[in-house]
Design a protein around this ligand. Sequence first.
Ligand code: FAD
Length: 390
Amino acid sequence: MPVIESEEHKALRAAVSALGHKYGRAYFTRTVEEGRPATELWAEAAKLGYLGVNLPEEHGGGGGGISELSIVLEELGAAGCPLLLMVVSPAICGTVIARFGTEEQKRDWLPALADGTRTMAFGITEPDAGSNSHRITTTARRDTATGDWVLTGRKVFVSGVDIADATLIVSRTEDARTGRLKPCLFIVPRDTPGFQRHKIDMELSAAEKQFELVLEDVRLPADALVGGGEGEDAGLLQLFAGLNPERIMTAAFAIGMGRFALARAVEYARDRTVWKAPIGSHQAIAHPLAQAHIDLELARLMMQKAAHLYDAGDDIGAGEAANMAKYAAAEACVKAVDQAVHTLGGNGLTREFGLASLITAARVSRIAPVSREMILNYVSHQTLGLPKSY
Ligand SMILES: Cc1cc2nc3c(=O)[nH]c(=O)nc-3n(C[C@H](O)[C@H](O)[C@H](O)COP(=O)(O)OP(=O)(O)OC[C@H]3O[C@@H](n4cnc5c(N)ncnc54)[C@H](O)[C@@H]3O)c2cc1C
């Protein structure tokens, strides 16, 4: 793995950064205030091939990997335009369909996810099964008369369901041989009868809204099951295939946001003078900003390692690195944002400078898709071999 990025990656970074700055924070804030997604930026990023950079070439993608997609998300975030839906639509859903979808599902979805004309949300979290996804109770049963699937259950905190054309729903079905429940993934189009959504009132300034979903006898044709007939036995593998991209992309989301906040603080600290010299000359201001920069750089290194392992096909090796990258990036982001707000004094809390709203946004990367504590649990048990308390 080249520790210093390849020339192609540097060029991609520079090009995406230019696109992000063309729109900039003011554009992004406006879309959030108008309560709509950043449609123009999404469409242009797609047209330039950035959103589908990880998807297979034969289905309209760029033929790259999560390494490239994470660069796109990081740079858009660093320009003040973090597109949370990128974590879900091309990264999780695109990966799962590209690796496990039927030919028809690939043809139907991948070109559209790549060119940005369609998006897909992802729903796994349930009210009584947050961090413990083994407890999910959304069930799918087969209507033997028609061959349809019928889904029943509830989901919570699912992002972007209102704007996504469909949601990839994690469900469970009974194994006919063993009688045990096993996961399986369904593509549920937004307006399917019985698929109800209720917006959750979040204290979050973001383009994507979160929803509680109620699935009441949602009837789906047999081909809604990812992977078709074989998908019934491959649900767990499909789920795991989506987890590493999800964590790596959340790391990219956090690093981009942390870089954006840090850059605003550095800019401010260079100029703002209340004694003889700018506040940035006081080490009490400068050192925490330097620490934030170091933490973000270290997190990026782990993210690059995770992406490299994942793209090389090492799902197991990537799992540990992706968890660690997500942890490190979230911690670095939360600290960078906090320090940035503090650096601006009172201005850190004004709408004009726009940093205070990042305090809650930064916390998202610490909670979702897997919390800080669950990653520490993972490393304690999987890496260090310590016993489990739960
Ligand atoms: C903005 C946002 C967007 C989201 N988008 C999506 C989405 O698109 N799709 C989706 O499916 N979900 C989404 N989620 C849900 C997210 O993945 C969950 O919030 C997350 O998995 C945590 O689950 P929970 O909120 O139920 O917390 P809980 O599981 O109730 O955990 C609460 C606290 O207890 C701690 N805890 C729990 N178990 C343990 C343990 N064994 N040891 C130590 N500590 C523990 C946790 O770390 C956490 O701090 C989103 C959440 C947010 C906030």
